[in-house]
Write a protein of this length. Sequence first.
Length: 125
Amino acid sequence: MDFFTYILGVPDSRPLADFLPTITIKAKDFANELTNVNIRKADLKSEPAITSEHVKNNKDVRGLLLKSGIKPENLPAEEDLKKNRKESKIDGQKTSERNKEIEKKINQRIYKHGPKCNGFLGPFS
């Protein structure tokens, strides 16, 4: 169990991203895209070089969040997206703005590189 799974109370059988605040998902996505660009730009090939770049970018993004007064580990968990999605279908509210937002968040879960807690997410980096 990683740090965020523990503090957000995420069940082991569920994806962490279903409970992460939107800003955390966006920050993670941004760090991943920085890594992707820098991998191509610097023609990184080895796993250690790519991992190092990824960790650096996550730490840089975390620093930006902290500079803005946002400490990811202190943000409250989002509502359970899977539960909301199921309830919305039962209630027949498939076209509501909330459902569109939930679907968008689910589709934006991107964890392309490294472990879930690798620099910006956890306070121990």
